[in-house]
Design a binder for this molecule. Sequence first.
Ligand code: EPU
Length: 444
Amino acid sequence: MDKIVIEGGVPLNGEVSISGSKNAVLPIIASSIMFDDPQNEISNVPDLEDIKTIKKLLSSLGAKIEDSRENNRIFIDSSGINNYEAPYDLVKTMRASVLVLGPLLARYKRARVSLPGGCAIGARPIDFHLNALKLMGAEINVDHGYVEAFAERLKGASITFPIPTVTGTENIIMAACLADGNTEIRNAAMEPEVDDLINALNGGGGDIKRDGHGRILIKGVKQLKRLSHSVIPDRIEAGTFMVASAITRGDITINDINVAHLKPVTEKLSGTGVKIVINSPTSLRIKGSKVIRSIDVTTAPYPDFPTDMQAQMMALMCVSEGLCVITENVFENRFMHVGELIRLGADIKVKNNFAIVKGVKKLSGAEVMATDLRASASLVLAGLASSDGYTTVSRIYHLDRGYEGMENKLKNLGAIITRVKGNSTVNQAHEEIHEENITAGEGV
Ligand code: EPU
């Protein structure tokens, strides 16, 4: 298994370009199941492990997918779908596989999707998805670890989610798109990724409106024609690079973003003392400050602070001046990175869904293990801030699920970071890093 080795303490400087959003593109790829055209086209698709997984899933259903690196486009022909099952092997590697449930049911009247089971950040059931589909007339049975769903014709319904669910909202939007009549979703997720799905569906003949207060209205249509959509930038990748600048006291310009989507993150980070300059609606510059102020963070659904940025923000708070409380309100078990940050010298205590972080003067390199995608990002960030020794982050496959070429992007900003392939040793990486430094130094 690959590892990442970092020699920290270097301020990051320069420009970085942000890739397409993982959590936007996954439902959009799933939605291609419902489009009749053989040339559905999605651009700005990031090159990630999760994208490989959803492509594999669609291929196993009978879709044909072609890649074109020009504009990072993919073409999908879903007209040959002749299998309706998302098997355990794929769902267990990526929970978002459950996003084929709504489209399969709407277009092909049936679906068999493995239950995802628990994961590293919480139980994450899909009961809200299933209850909503039942309200739309679907017959749902759960048997042998699989959800089996049938509906001769889905009917529009009035659905209120107990709490906003991102993939639940997306599944129901897709199912309702081809249902008879109108569907209203109340307490729907307001994340930009949901809006991106709505725009993609509307662009191909869907009739979906959001009223701005967590209410989404979907008029069922007979047919969706051609999917042709460019995916929004990844706000979580952008936020992660913003923290990279803050934690290394660097100066990074972040391009190809949607500044408006980043508001909850820019507002929070501003409170820590960093200087943020908005260059344009698609670019900002963030300059770290010598003193990082402690600031409390509470996660909640959009437009509040994203749970997907909690671990990265915690890494930053580890080197702040003072004490803060980080409250995780979305997932019940999203503090797995705490023990690893403590290995790097952080002072953190966890009580229920609160983490009390007392800033320390410095972090020092150590071997740590990634437990999930955003935890991996926080450990890389903490490694970049560790001012003595090497940090080795193992189980880096989590990072590859959701960050496109992260270590290369960091390297271009001046980070001393290298990937150790499965069979090479960490000592070889230390030597490599050392040699790279000497070579870099020779040029100065
Ligand atoms: N929930 C239920 N029942 C359901 C659905 C959700 O109890 O049927 C609970 C969850 O257990 C959780 C809360 O509702 O406590 C919200 O979960 P949500 O359904 O919104 O999460 P998700 O749709 O499974 C997506 C993202 C996650 C992101 C969350 C929250 C995708 C593919 N995944 O997950 O992204 O953390 O929304 O914003 O869009 C990541 O990218 O690292 C990641 C985990």
